[in-house]
Design a protein around this ligand. Structure first.
Ligand code: SAH
Length: 369
Protein backbone atom coordinates (compact mmCIF):
# COMPACT_ATOMS: atom_id res chain seq x y z
CA UNK A 1 0.00 0.00 0.00
CA UNK A 2 1.36 3.47 -0.80
CA UNK A 3 1.76 5.77 2.23
CA UNK A 4 -1.34 7.74 3.11
CA UNK A 5 -1.29 11.40 2.03
CA UNK A 6 -0.75 13.89 4.79
CA UNK A 7 -3.89 15.68 5.97
CA UNK A 8 -4.09 19.48 6.24
CA UNK A 9 -3.00 21.17 9.49
CA UNK A 10 -5.06 20.80 12.64
CA UNK A 11 -5.40 23.12 15.64
CA UNK A 12 -2.10 22.07 17.25
CA UNK A 13 -0.16 22.65 14.02
CA UNK A 14 -1.02 26.33 13.84
CA UNK A 15 1.55 28.92 14.80
CA UNK A 16 0.55 32.09 16.62
CA UNK A 17 -0.33 33.99 13.42
CA UNK A 18 -2.39 31.16 11.99
CA UNK A 19 -4.23 30.86 15.27
CA UNK A 20 -4.96 34.60 15.16
CA UNK A 21 -6.36 34.16 11.65
CA UNK A 22 -8.58 31.35 12.92
CA UNK A 23 -9.92 33.69 15.62
CA UNK A 24 -10.72 36.43 13.10
CA UNK A 25 -13.59 38.52 14.44
CA UNK A 26 -12.88 37.71 18.10
CA UNK A 27 -11.38 40.28 20.48
CA UNK A 28 -7.58 40.39 20.22
CA UNK A 29 -6.91 39.06 23.73
CA UNK A 30 -8.51 35.75 22.82
CA UNK A 31 -5.43 34.72 20.85
CA UNK A 32 -3.10 34.81 23.81
CA UNK A 33 -5.80 33.36 26.04
CA UNK A 34 -6.06 30.40 23.70
CA UNK A 35 -2.32 30.07 23.15
CA UNK A 36 -1.64 30.07 26.90
CA UNK A 37 -4.51 27.69 27.49
CA UNK A 38 -3.34 25.21 24.86
CA UNK A 39 0.37 25.17 25.62
CA UNK A 40 1.27 26.73 28.98
CA UNK A 41 -1.75 25.19 30.75
CA UNK A 42 -2.17 22.11 28.53
CA UNK A 43 -5.92 22.45 28.47
CA UNK A 44 -8.02 21.24 25.61
CA UNK A 45 -10.28 23.84 23.96
CA UNK A 46 -13.37 22.11 25.37
CA UNK A 47 -11.94 22.61 28.86
CA UNK A 48 -11.38 26.33 28.43
CA UNK A 49 -14.43 27.62 30.21
CA UNK A 50 -13.05 31.16 29.92
CA UNK A 51 -13.89 31.05 26.19
CA UNK A 52 -17.41 31.50 24.80
CA UNK A 53 -19.18 28.25 24.01
CA UNK A 54 -19.52 28.91 20.29
CA UNK A 55 -15.79 29.55 20.03
CA UNK A 56 -15.01 26.33 21.90
CA UNK A 57 -17.13 24.43 19.43
CA UNK A 58 -15.30 26.03 16.49
CA UNK A 59 -11.97 25.11 18.02
CA UNK A 60 -13.06 21.54 18.70
CA UNK A 61 -13.77 21.28 14.99
CA UNK A 62 -10.37 22.68 14.08
CA UNK A 63 -8.71 20.14 16.37
CA UNK A 64 -9.50 17.31 13.93
CA UNK A 65 -10.23 14.50 14.21
CA UNK A 66 -11.13 14.96 17.84
CA UNK A 67 -10.03 15.99 21.26
CA UNK A 68 -7.90 13.58 23.23
CA UNK A 69 -7.32 9.86 22.79
CA UNK A 70 -9.92 7.31 21.80
CA UNK A 71 -9.22 5.28 24.89
CA UNK A 72 -6.66 4.54 27.59
CA UNK A 73 -5.55 1.39 29.38
CA UNK A 74 -3.88 1.22 32.76
CA UNK A 75 -1.23 -1.45 33.35
CA UNK A 76 -1.26 -3.72 36.41
CA UNK A 77 1.45 -1.60 38.02
CA UNK A 78 -1.06 1.28 38.22
CA UNK A 79 1.64 3.63 36.97
CA UNK A 80 1.78 2.99 33.22
CA UNK A 81 -0.96 4.22 30.89
CA UNK A 82 -1.23 3.55 27.20
CA UNK A 83 -3.36 5.89 25.09
CA UNK A 84 -4.72 5.03 21.68
CA UNK A 85 -5.38 7.84 19.25
CA UNK A 86 -7.41 7.87 16.07
CA UNK A 87 -5.63 10.08 13.57
CA UNK A 88 -7.06 11.76 10.53
CA UNK A 89 -7.29 9.39 7.60
CA UNK A 90 -8.23 6.47 9.82
CA UNK A 91 -4.84 5.42 11.25
CA UNK A 92 -4.07 4.64 14.86
CA UNK A 93 -1.14 5.61 17.04
CA UNK A 94 -0.21 5.01 20.67
CA UNK A 95 1.52 6.92 23.46
CA UNK A 96 2.71 5.54 26.78
CA UNK A 97 2.82 7.57 30.00
CA UNK A 98 4.97 6.22 32.81
CA UNK A 99 4.71 7.65 36.31
CA UNK A 100 7.72 7.46 38.60
CA UNK A 101 7.82 8.62 42.23
CA UNK A 102 8.98 12.13 41.50
CA UNK A 103 8.40 12.72 37.83
CA UNK A 104 6.69 11.21 34.84
CA UNK A 105 7.88 10.38 31.34
CA UNK A 106 5.83 10.12 28.19
CA UNK A 107 6.83 8.09 25.16
CA UNK A 108 5.32 9.55 21.98
CA UNK A 109 4.86 8.31 18.44
CA UNK A 110 6.25 10.25 15.48
CA UNK A 111 4.79 8.24 12.62
CA UNK A 112 1.80 5.96 12.18
CA UNK A 113 3.63 2.71 11.52
CA UNK A 114 7.29 2.63 10.55
CA UNK A 115 9.24 1.94 7.37
CA UNK A 116 12.47 0.80 9.06
CA UNK A 117 11.44 -2.88 9.07
CA UNK A 118 13.30 -4.05 12.18
CA UNK A 119 11.99 -7.62 12.39
CA UNK A 120 11.80 -7.80 16.19
CA UNK A 121 9.65 -4.65 16.54
CA UNK A 122 5.86 -4.82 16.33
CA UNK A 123 5.64 -1.40 14.67
CA UNK A 124 8.23 -2.42 12.08
CA UNK A 125 6.35 -5.63 11.39
CA UNK A 126 3.20 -3.63 10.57
CA UNK A 127 4.83 -1.29 8.01
CA UNK A 128 4.45 2.41 7.30
CA UNK A 129 1.19 4.32 7.26
CA UNK A 130 2.02 8.05 7.32
CA UNK A 131 4.09 10.77 8.99
CA UNK A 132 2.50 12.49 11.95
CA UNK A 133 2.09 16.24 11.77
CA UNK A 134 3.90 18.21 14.46
CA UNK A 135 0.58 19.00 16.16
CA UNK A 136 -0.24 15.31 16.41
CA UNK A 137 3.05 14.78 18.24
CA UNK A 138 2.59 17.78 20.52
CA UNK A 139 -0.96 16.75 21.38
CA UNK A 140 0.28 13.44 22.80
CA UNK A 141 2.54 15.37 25.17
CA UNK A 142 -0.23 17.77 26.20
CA UNK A 143 -2.41 14.80 27.07
CA UNK A 144 0.40 13.46 29.27
CA UNK A 145 0.88 16.83 30.97
CA UNK A 146 -2.82 16.85 31.87
CA UNK A 147 -2.84 13.27 33.19
CA UNK A 148 0.31 13.92 35.21
CA UNK A 149 -1.14 17.06 36.82
CA UNK A 150 -4.10 15.00 37.97
CA UNK A 151 -1.65 12.96 40.04
CA UNK A 152 0.05 16.05 41.41
CA UNK A 153 3.22 15.22 39.55
CA UNK A 154 5.15 16.89 36.81
CA UNK A 155 5.88 15.62 33.35
CA UNK A 156 9.66 15.58 33.50
CA UNK A 157 10.70 13.93 30.24
CA UNK A 158 9.50 13.28 26.74
CA UNK A 159 11.03 10.42 24.81
CA UNK A 160 10.40 10.11 21.08
CA UNK A 161 10.44 6.33 21.31
CA UNK A 162 6.92 5.36 20.36
CA UNK A 163 5.80 4.27 16.91
CA UNK A 164 7.87 5.45 13.97
CA UNK A 165 11.35 6.71 13.20
CA UNK A 166 11.69 10.35 14.36
CA UNK A 167 14.55 11.20 12.00
CA UNK A 168 12.59 9.92 8.99
CA UNK A 169 10.01 12.62 9.81
CA UNK A 170 12.59 15.24 10.67
CA UNK A 171 10.91 18.59 9.99
CA UNK A 172 7.68 17.82 11.80
CA UNK A 173 9.48 16.21 14.72
CA UNK A 174 11.75 19.21 15.02
CA UNK A 175 8.79 21.61 14.91
CA UNK A 176 7.30 19.58 17.79
CA UNK A 177 10.58 19.80 19.73
CA UNK A 178 10.58 23.58 19.36
CA UNK A 179 6.95 23.90 20.42
CA UNK A 180 7.57 21.73 23.51
CA UNK A 181 10.71 23.61 24.47
CA UNK A 182 9.43 27.12 23.84
CA UNK A 183 5.71 27.02 24.55
CA UNK A 184 5.03 23.98 26.71
CA UNK A 185 8.10 24.62 28.85
CA UNK A 186 9.75 21.19 28.66
CA UNK A 187 13.35 22.08 27.97
CA UNK A 188 15.28 20.40 25.19
CA UNK A 189 17.49 18.76 27.83
CA UNK A 190 14.47 16.74 28.89
CA UNK A 191 13.63 15.63 25.37
CA UNK A 192 15.17 12.45 23.94
CA UNK A 193 15.07 11.47 20.29
CA UNK A 194 15.63 7.82 19.56
CA UNK A 195 16.80 6.68 16.14
CA UNK A 196 17.68 3.50 14.29
CA UNK A 197 20.73 5.45 13.10
CA UNK A 198 19.77 7.72 10.21
CA UNK A 199 23.12 9.43 9.77
CA UNK A 200 22.02 12.55 7.84
CA UNK A 201 19.34 13.13 10.50
CA UNK A 202 21.89 12.90 13.32
CA UNK A 203 24.07 15.40 11.44
CA UNK A 204 21.15 17.79 11.12
CA UNK A 205 20.41 17.45 14.84
CA UNK A 206 24.00 18.34 15.61
CA UNK A 207 23.56 21.62 13.75
CA UNK A 208 20.36 22.66 15.59
CA UNK A 209 20.47 25.26 18.31
CA UNK A 210 18.54 23.20 20.88
CA UNK A 211 20.49 20.39 22.58
CA UNK A 212 18.21 17.35 22.74
CA UNK A 213 19.37 13.97 24.02
CA UNK A 214 20.16 11.36 21.44
CA UNK A 215 19.47 7.65 21.85
CA UNK A 216 20.61 5.22 19.18
CA UNK A 217 18.99 1.81 18.85
CA UNK A 218 22.18 -0.14 18.30
CA UNK A 219 21.31 -3.79 19.11
CA UNK A 220 24.41 -5.08 17.30
CA UNK A 221 27.98 -3.80 17.16
CA UNK A 222 29.16 -5.55 14.02
CA UNK A 223 27.80 -4.85 10.54
CA UNK A 224 26.90 -8.43 9.66
CA UNK A 225 24.55 -8.84 12.61
CA UNK A 226 23.26 -5.26 12.50
CA UNK A 227 22.44 -5.55 8.79
CA UNK A 228 20.13 -8.35 9.81
CA UNK A 229 18.56 -6.85 12.94
CA UNK A 230 18.32 -3.21 11.88
CA UNK A 231 18.13 -3.20 8.07
CA UNK A 232 18.89 0.54 7.70
CA UNK A 233 22.44 -0.43 8.72
CA UNK A 234 23.00 -1.51 5.11
CA UNK A 235 22.62 2.13 4.14
CA UNK A 236 24.33 3.69 7.17
CA UNK A 237 26.86 1.15 8.46
CA UNK A 238 28.44 1.27 11.89
CA UNK A 239 31.53 3.30 10.92
CA UNK A 240 29.36 6.11 9.59
CA UNK A 241 26.96 5.86 12.53
CA UNK A 242 29.71 6.00 15.12
CA UNK A 243 31.29 9.00 13.35
CA UNK A 244 27.93 10.82 13.41
CA UNK A 245 27.51 10.00 17.12
CA UNK A 246 30.96 11.36 17.84
CA UNK A 247 30.18 14.56 15.93
CA UNK A 248 26.92 14.93 17.86
CA UNK A 249 28.72 14.52 21.15
CA UNK A 250 31.32 17.11 20.17
CA UNK A 251 28.70 19.60 18.98
CA UNK A 252 26.23 19.21 21.81
CA UNK A 253 28.00 17.74 24.83
CA UNK A 254 24.83 15.82 25.74
CA UNK A 255 25.12 12.27 26.97
CA UNK A 256 24.57 9.74 24.26
CA UNK A 257 22.75 6.49 24.93
CA UNK A 258 22.63 3.18 23.11
CA UNK A 259 19.58 0.96 23.28
CA UNK A 260 20.28 -2.74 23.23
CA UNK A 261 17.39 -5.24 23.23
CA UNK A 262 18.91 -8.49 24.44
CA UNK A 263 17.86 -11.34 22.17
CA UNK A 264 18.46 -14.89 23.36
CA UNK A 265 21.54 -16.34 21.67
CA UNK A 266 21.63 -13.57 19.05
CA UNK A 267 23.30 -10.50 20.58
CA UNK A 268 23.88 -11.50 24.21
CA UNK A 269 27.19 -13.38 23.96
CA UNK A 270 30.43 -12.28 25.56
CA UNK A 271 31.74 -11.36 22.11
CA UNK A 272 28.73 -9.04 21.63
CA UNK A 273 29.48 -7.36 24.95
CA UNK A 274 33.10 -6.88 23.89
CA UNK A 275 32.15 -5.33 20.53
CA UNK A 276 29.58 -3.07 22.19
CA UNK A 277 31.99 -1.91 24.89
CA UNK A 278 34.56 -1.07 22.22
CA UNK A 279 32.07 1.31 20.61
CA UNK A 280 30.37 2.69 23.74
CA UNK A 281 33.40 3.36 25.93
CA UNK A 282 35.25 5.92 23.78
CA UNK A 283 31.96 7.77 23.25
CA UNK A 284 31.20 7.62 27.00
CA UNK A 285 27.77 6.43 25.90
CA UNK A 286 25.34 4.93 28.35
CA UNK A 287 24.00 1.52 27.36
CA UNK A 288 20.36 0.74 28.17
CA UNK A 289 19.75 -2.99 28.24
CA UNK A 290 16.23 -4.36 27.82
CA UNK A 291 15.47 -8.05 27.39
CA UNK A 292 13.59 -8.29 24.09
CA UNK A 293 9.83 -8.03 24.54
CA UNK A 294 7.72 -10.58 22.73
CA UNK A 295 5.97 -9.47 19.53
CA UNK A 296 3.67 -11.49 17.29
CA UNK A 297 6.00 -11.65 14.29
CA UNK A 298 9.34 -12.61 15.88
CA UNK A 299 9.88 -16.05 17.35
CA UNK A 300 13.15 -15.54 19.25
CA UNK A 301 12.74 -14.58 22.89
CA UNK A 302 14.44 -12.16 25.21
CA UNK A 303 17.57 -13.12 27.13
CA UNK A 304 16.72 -14.67 30.53
CA UNK A 305 17.47 -12.53 33.63
CA UNK A 306 20.64 -14.32 34.74
CA UNK A 307 22.35 -13.76 31.42
CA UNK A 308 21.09 -10.17 31.22
CA UNK A 309 22.96 -9.48 34.47
CA UNK A 310 26.02 -11.27 33.15
CA UNK A 311 25.97 -9.16 29.96
CA UNK A 312 25.75 -5.99 32.03
CA UNK A 313 28.63 -7.13 34.24
CA UNK A 314 30.75 -7.88 31.17
CA UNK A 315 30.13 -4.39 29.84
CA UNK A 316 30.98 -2.79 33.17
CA UNK A 317 34.13 -4.85 33.44
CA UNK A 318 35.13 -3.56 30.01
CA UNK A 319 34.61 0.03 31.14
CA UNK A 320 31.22 0.76 29.56
CA UNK A 321 28.29 2.13 31.59
CA UNK A 322 25.15 0.06 31.40
CA UNK A 323 21.77 -0.13 33.11
CA UNK A 324 19.20 -2.87 32.89
CA UNK A 325 15.91 -1.11 32.28
CA UNK A 326 12.79 -2.12 34.08
CA UNK A 327 10.24 -3.26 31.57
CA UNK A 328 6.98 -1.42 31.96
CA UNK A 329 3.60 -2.09 30.45
CA UNK A 330 4.24 -5.56 28.97
CA UNK A 331 0.81 -6.65 30.25
CA UNK A 332 -0.88 -3.99 28.08
CA UNK A 333 1.54 -4.34 25.13
CA UNK A 334 2.92 -0.90 25.90
CA UNK A 335 6.56 -1.86 26.34
CA UNK A 336 9.39 -1.08 23.90
CA UNK A 337 8.73 -2.53 20.49
CA UNK A 338 5.20 -3.65 21.28
CA UNK A 339 3.28 -0.68 19.92
CA UNK A 340 1.18 -1.76 16.98
CA UNK A 341 -2.12 0.01 17.61
CA UNK A 342 -4.09 -2.54 15.69
CA UNK A 343 -4.84 -5.53 17.84
CA UNK A 344 -4.45 -4.15 21.31
CA UNK A 345 -6.78 -4.14 24.27
CA UNK A 346 -6.99 -0.37 24.18
CA UNK A 347 -8.19 -0.60 20.62
CA UNK A 348 -10.99 -2.84 21.82
CA UNK A 349 -11.72 -0.32 24.54
CA UNK A 350 -12.01 2.35 21.90
CA UNK A 351 -14.66 0.51 19.93
CA UNK A 352 -18.27 0.94 20.87
CA UNK A 353 -17.75 2.53 24.23
CA UNK A 354 -18.92 0.50 27.15
CA UNK A 355 -17.95 0.63 30.78
CA UNK A 356 -15.05 -1.78 31.23
CA UNK A 357 -15.85 -4.91 33.23
CA UNK A 358 -13.96 -5.61 36.43
CA UNK A 359 -11.58 -8.09 34.82
CA UNK A 360 -11.06 -6.11 31.64
CA UNK A 361 -8.33 -3.55 31.22
CA UNK A 362 -9.66 -0.22 32.31
CA UNK A 363 -10.80 2.11 29.57
CA UNK A 364 -10.26 5.14 31.71
CA UNK A 365 -11.80 7.72 29.49
CA UNK A 366 -12.91 6.18 26.29
CA UNK A 367 -15.07 8.79 24.65
CA UNK A 368 -17.80 8.39 22.11
CA UNK A 369 -16.86 9.32 18.56
N1 SAH B 1 12.57 4.14 15.46
C1 SAH B 1 13.21 4.69 16.64
C2 SAH B 1 12.22 5.04 17.71
C3 SAH B 1 11.52 3.84 18.32
S1 SAH B 1 12.19 3.60 19.88
C4 SAH B 1 14.26 3.75 17.13
O1 SAH B 1 14.31 2.63 16.66
O2 SAH B 1 15.07 4.15 17.95
C5 SAH B 1 11.70 2.01 20.29
C6 SAH B 1 12.83 1.26 20.94
O3 SAH B 1 12.39 -0.07 21.26
C7 SAH B 1 13.99 1.09 19.98
O4 SAH B 1 15.18 1.12 20.68
C8 SAH B 1 13.73 -0.28 19.43
O5 SAH B 1 14.86 -0.86 18.85
C9 SAH B 1 13.27 -1.00 20.66
N2 SAH B 1 12.53 -2.22 20.39
C10 SAH B 1 11.88 -2.56 19.27
N3 SAH B 1 11.31 -3.77 19.39
C11 SAH B 1 11.62 -4.20 20.62
C12 SAH B 1 11.30 -5.38 21.35
N4 SAH B 1 10.55 -6.33 20.82
N5 SAH B 1 11.78 -5.49 22.61
C13 SAH B 1 12.52 -4.50 23.17
N6 SAH B 1 12.84 -3.36 22.54
C14 SAH B 1 12.40 -3.21 21.27
Amino acid sequence: MPPRPEPPPGLYDLDHDALAALLEGEPGYRVSQLWQGLYAQARRPDEMTNLPKALRARLAEAARPGLGPLGEVLADDGETIKALWGIEGGGRIESVLMHYPRRSTVCVSTQAGCAMACGFCATGQAGFDRHLRSGEIVEQVLWAVGRTKERDRRLGNVVFMGMGEPLANYDRVWAAVERLHTDVGISARHLTLSTVGIVPGINRLAAEALPVNLAVSLHAANDALRDELVPINRRYPLDALVAACRAYLTAKGRRLSFEWALIDGVNDRDSDAAELAAIARPLRAHVNLIPLNPTPGYPTRGTPPGRVARFRDRLEALGANATVRRNRGTDIAAACGQLAAACTSVDAAAGPVEPAGAAAPIALRARPR
